[in-house]
Write a protein that binds this ligand. Structure first.
Ligand SMILES: Nc1ncnc2c1ncn2[C@@H]1O[C@H](COP(=O)(O)OP(=O)(O)O)[C@@H](O)[C@H]1O
Ligand SMILES: [Mg+2]
Length: 324
């Protein structure tokens, strides 16, 4: 279980969640028969759309949709992609006062080349890698019940100050979580192992958990990582999720709701899951219930293309959550 005091230690704060996030648009280019041809060949595609991207920005929107009072801390450049993100995320009810604008960097961008069942993801990190712990607004930090770090392996500039930031947030009564997401360098450490003692919840998917723990099985990976400190919740796509309580203990399993929708795409499913799990735990629900609710949030987010368009409300997610 999360450490003593969770989740009521600082229940009187006026923000539920502060997300230290990658803030960048996704340019989703999709085609049923997508083939990328070089050699100055022009290829027509079915669709192209600029949407809210960045795992952390998508997660913050999902949490706000569920009713959490959510703020974003991140960095964009003084450019149109940055303006797009700040406006679009703000329109979804997220406090964006903690998103800095630095004319010295350019806003990151992810180009998603999507075809049915698969996608290529090309990311220009730009401002994402220039975000630092020093840039996180101390006032926002002091107001938040929970601090979540997204895309750990993309936020290169954040890492050096993160241990101190998380430790002091916890000392002041907040809880903390990290979604590592994929490590493009595939080194799978970058200081994350040293941070485990300062993290209440770790939120990898199956492949990420295995790579982090250095084992081939996701359940074994969850147990190994949980032994080093945090509650570990591992996302397993269509199979749902498993979790091991902080410090170790009995494995908890949850499955997605039965066919509530025909999935359109899985962009942001893991981020919707993260928002759902934090929402349920901050509301005081037991782990098994919270995990099932998080699965419902992930699955429902697949009802439409892109990361944020189909993120569920609390009522929608509760209505389809499986009983543990
Ligand atoms: N094909 C699917 N069918 C039903 N639910 C899914 C599917 N893919 C993902 N989900 C739901 O979304 C959650 C997170 O998705 P997942 O793809 O595992 O995370 P990530 O995006 O981090 O890789 C899963 O735990 C599950 O509840
Ligand atoms: Mg993920």
């Amino acid at each position: 279980m999360p450490r003593p005091g969770w989740p009521s230690l600082v229940a009187d704060r006026d923000l539920d969640l502060l997300v230290l996030a990658d803030v960048n648009p996704d340019l989703v280019v999709s085609d049923t028969a997508m083939e990328v041809a070089f050699g100055q060949t022009e290829t027509l595609v079915d669709d192209a759309e600029l949407t809210i991207g960045g795992s952390g920005a998508i997660m913050a929107c999902g949490a706000a949709r569920l009713g959490l009072r959510t703020a974003l801390a991140g960095l964009v450049g003084a450019d149109q992609f940055g303006e797009f993100m700040v406006r679009a995320v703000s329109e979804r009810g997220v406090d964006v006062t903690g998103v800095g604008v630095d004319p010295g960097v350019r806003t990151g961008l992810t180009v998603v080349l999507a075809r049915p069942q698969d996608r290529a993801i090309l990311t220009f990190p730009g401002a994402i890698a220039a975000m630092t712990a020093e840039r996180v607004d101390a006032g926002l930090l002091a107001r938040a019940r929970h601090v979540h770090v997204a895309s750990f392996f993309l936020q290169d500039g954040l890492v050096s100050g993160l241990a101190q930031l998380l430790a002091s947030a916890r000392a002041a009564g907040a809880t903390t979580s990290v979604d590592p997401n994929w490590d493009p360098a595939q080194r799978w450490d970058g200081g994350l192992h040293d941070l485990l003692g300062d993290i209440d919840i770790l939120l990898p998917n199956g492949a990420e958990a295995c790579a982090l723990a250095g084992v081939a099985d996701a359940e074994a990976a969850a147990a190994k990582l949980a032994a080093d400190g945090p509650l570990v919740a591992v996302k397993l796509g269509a199979c749902g999720a498993v979790a091991v309580p902080a410090g170790g203990g009995a494995l908890v399993r949850a499955t997605p709701p039965e066919r509530v929708v025909d999935p359109v795409d899985a962009v942001g499913a893991g981020d919707a899951f993260d928002g759902g799990l934090l929402c349920a735990l901050l509301n005081g629900q037991p782990l098994a219930e919270a995990l099932a609710f998080a699965c419902a949030c992930g699955t429902l987010s697949m009802r439409a293309a892109g990361g944020t368009a189909a993120q569920p409300t609390l009522a929608e997610a509760r209505a389809v959550t499986r009983r543990p």
